[in-house]
Every structure is written in structure tokens, then in C-alpha cells.
Write a protein that binds this ligand. Structure first.
Ligand SMILES: *Cc1c(COP(=O)(O)O)cnc(C)c1O
Length: 362
């Protein structure tokens, strides 16, 4: 018997991929499965989304895990490689590499192998995290396009900093910086493919769709926009985080609950103790007042989140018993709503789900 578990709905993932394809018709989809597929389970998610045109991960280990699981599809290593050994390993795993700095150009120029690599030149159009600045682009392109052995494919990508902002002004600026770089650029007589859009841009800014889109959060059914839900876009939440009531107790008025005694019963109260804590990835900012759902009803957490447990005031639900299922987020309680209650974004809540939480596929 499992106490806490993350139930992942493979059909929701597939349906979200369809919604994304409908938003960006004819574009290829690079499904972003970094960070354990945003907490949803790397291999299971990639298998559920086998239909995607490519997968994207942040770290070499993630790509290795996918290949070991038998995934044959294209895998893009978003941060690229950082030394010669990683480059050889990436080539062995047949990965697409993002190239965003001189160090990586030098590694590629020193590549001793025979294999023709698939490369993505990253241009920094305003995020100021990774990528060549627009004025460095030509020189970097020149060095990549004259590598020996020649790249098998060479494409361009950039990342948007403010795609979730309604006015789209920053995005328009970023587009204006990248477009002239690729306009007229050809390789072996063909135009060069470009990738710009993350989830927010896919859902709201068709001008960014280019040839490849890179959805992350939307695949998981979660809205990238503050104040909106995935369901506003027809997306389905893929993860339900659920646990169980492990004790029920009656508390006299005036008693305090949990570490620091941060909640005090204003009246006699009934508490449900639930097997979920920060050891499972729950944020401590979800203490006092954040909701959970028991028997279809919302009840408030009381006291602090501890490592293995939380407490809910179930005075309004006298029938609660040990063994009752508790939804921490899911269909009855959108993770977006909980994220705003915790002063963060839903990305952080799902990514935080820890290794201790078993994933169950449905
Ligand atoms: C994480 C990431 C994405 C996906 O972003 P979402 O907001 O989750 O859609 C796309 N591109 C890059 C380079 C990323 O790092």
C-alpha cells in the first residue's frame, strides 16, 4: 500500500501534445522533458509522448537515461557539452547539441571522431543567460558550418524571456533580433530551421512558431501564464499528487499544531494527519491555510509542513477516517491555484516532487 504517490495520466500528456500541434500546425515539436519531465517521470513521459518529433533535456545524464530506456528519437541537449569526454559521449548517444559559447566551438573543432553531428546554434536575443550575442552570430555560424566533419544538420534557436507577458513587447524585440540573422541564411542550398517558442509563446504568439516549437509546461497540462489554468487552453493536468490520512484526532480549543505551534485551535477541532511533507517535495510555504481535498471537499492545512506530514482541519468533515484519500493537487485542486497560494509558479511545485514519491501511470 502506497501512502503518497504521483499519478500521471498518459492520455492527458498525449492530448496536450495534440493541443500544442493544433496551436502550431505544421511545426515540429521538441517535447521538453528536462528535470525528470517536470517531476512527471522522464522515461514514462517520453514513452507517452513517443509521437513528438524530438525531446529536449538539460543534462547529459537525462539523455543517457532516455537512450538506455531504448528511446530512438532525436534528443536535444539544451545546455550542450562542456568537455571533450562529454562530446564523445554525446556523439555515442547520437544527441543533438546546442552550441552557445566559444568553449563549445573549440571542442567541436577538436572533435576527433568521424560522426557528423546535429547542432543547434543558440543566439541570445535578450534572455542573457546562454547564447552568442547577435553580433557574434555570423562568426559562430561560420565556424560551425566549416567544421570537419561537416555538421549533419545545423539549426538556430533562441529562448524568450517574457513570453508570458500579455503585451508581447519584449518578445517582439527578441524576434526582431533573431529574424535578420537567419533571413537569407542557407546551408547546402536550403533555408535554415529556427526554434523560438516555449509554451507561453506557442499558446499566445503565433509569430514565434518558426519551424520547431519547444513546449514544456503546457505538455503537462499546466498554464505558463500567471492567473490562468491549463484548462483555459483545453489542456489537461497530467499529474495528480495524492496521499492518505494516517491519523485523525480531536483537539481541545487552544491547543497548537506542529513545529513552532504556528496554528492554535480557536475552538475544539478535528485534525487529519496526512502522509505528505517537504521530504516529498511539498513546499514549506504551503503551511497554514493552503487547501487540500478530502472526499471532494477542500479543507485548510494548519500548522507547518513537516518532513513527512501535514495536518488539515477537518472539523467540517466529521466522517474523515484513516485511509481516506487526500488530493494535494490535481483535477479537484489545480496546481496553478496552489502555486499562487504558495507565492510561486506551478513549475516549481511539480519539479519539487521528490524521489521518494512513487509515480503511477494511468
Ligand atoms: C525549459 C525550456 C523550454 C520549455 O519552457 P516551458 O515554459 O516549460 O514551455 C523551452 N526551451 C528551453 C531552452 C528551455 O530551457
Amino acid at each position: 500500500m502506497r501512502l503518497i504517490r504521483a499519478r500521471i495520466d498518459a492520455s492527458a500528456l498525449r492530448s496536450n501534445l495534440q493541443i500544442i500541434r493544433a496551436c502550431a500546425p505544421g511545426r515540429r515539436v521538441m517535447a521538453v522533458v528536462k528535470a525528470n519531465a517536470y517531476g512527471h517521470g522522464l522515461v514514462g513521459t517520453a514513452l507517452a509522448l513517443a509521437d513528438a518529433d524530438a525531446f529536449a533535456v538539460a543534462r547529459l545524464e537525462e539523455a543517457m537515461t532516455l537512450r538506455e530506456a531504448g528511446l530512438k528519437r532525436r534528443i536535444v541537449l539544451l545546455e550542450g557539452v562542456f568537455n571533450a569526454a562529454q562530446l564523445l559521449e554525446a556523439a555515442r548517444l547520437d544527441l543533438d547539441l546546442v552550441v552557445h559559447q566559444d568553449l563549445q566551438l573549440a571542442l567541436l573543432e577538436g572533435y576527433p571522431g568521424e560522426q557528423r553531428l546535429r547542432l543547434w546554434l543558440k543566439v541570445d536575443t535578450g534572455m542573457n543567460r546562454l547564447g552568442f550575442r547577435p553580433e557574434q552570430f555570423q562568426a559562430a555560424w561560420q565556424r560551425l558550418s566549416t567544421l570537419s566533419p561537416a555538421p549533419l544538420e545545423l539549426r538556430v534557436l533562441t529562448h524568450l524571456a517574457c513570453a508570458d507577458e500579455e503585451d508581447g513587447l519584449v518578445t517582439a524585440e527578441q524576434l526582431a533580433r533573431v529574424r535578420p540573422l537567419v533571413a537569407g541564411l542557407t546551408l547546402e542550398g536550403r533555408g535554415v530551421e529556427l526554434s523560438i517558442a516555449n509554451s507561453a509563446a506557442i499558446l499566445s504568439q503565433p509569430a514565434t512558431h518558426a519551424q520547431w516549437v519547444r513546449p514544456g509546461i503546457a505538455l503537462y497540462g499546466i498554464s505558463p501564464f500567471p492567473g490562468r489554468r491549463g484548462s483555459d487552453f483545453g489542456l489537461k493536468a497530467a499529474m495528480t499528487l495524492e496521499s492518505m490520512v494516517i491519523a485523525v484526532r480531536d483537539l481541545p480549543a487552544g491547543e497548537r499544531v506542529g513545529y513552532g505551534g504556528s496554528w492554535r485551535a480557536p475552538r475544539p477541532a478535528r485534525l487529519a494527519i496526512i502522509a505528505a511533507g517537504y521530504g516529498d517535495g511539498l513546499l514549506r510555504s504551503l503551511g497554514n491555510g493552503a487547501p487540500v481535498v478530502i472526499g471532494g471537499q477542500r479543507v485548510p492545512l494548519v500548522g507547518r509542513v513537516s518532513m513527512d506530514m501535514i495536518a488539515a482541519d477537518v472539523s467540517a468533515l466529521p466522517g474523515v477516517a484513516v485511509g481516506d484519500r487526500v488530493e494535494l493537487w490535481g483535477a479537484a485542486l489545480p496546481v496553478e491555484e496552489l502555486a499562487s497560494a504558495a507565492g510561486t509558479i506551478a513549475y516549481e511545485l511539480v519539479c519539487a516532487v521528490s524521489q521518494r514519491v512513487p509515480i503511477e501511470w494511468t
